[in-house]
Design a protein around this ligand. Sequence first.
Ligand SMILES: [Zn+2]
Length: 134
Amino acid sequence: MSETKYIKGKYYKTCAFSLCNEIAVGRKDKLFCSNQCKNAHNNAITSEVNKHTKGYDTKLKRANRILLSIYQENEKGYFAVKQITLSNENFPFDLPTVQIKDDRFSSVFYSFGSYAFCKVKDSYIFIKVKPQLI
Ligand SMILES: [Zn+2]
């Protein structure tokens, strides 16, 4: 059924889930023949989005969650932490970042959300920044 039909107060159209050929019956805005098809359709979209974003949102959230729990700014306005400490926390070093300059420091920082970092020997220096767009 390629077009919507209206018969005795109900709309009939092909289920919007691409792998289903059942007829969805009901109100005009009803798209799926069942909740299973609605869930399968939404899961397929979520799976496709995750494939395209390469889990970056998960990495950003994990990095921010770790920083929220360990960040302790010193009197100079930054937080220094050993790489091994971050590794033990499963810090996602390959997270997406934006390069920024901070007037207080001479090196380039890599920003993600409210934090930015640079590497110095076996440690990372973190600062708080205004969130940058990626
Ligand atoms: Zn269906």
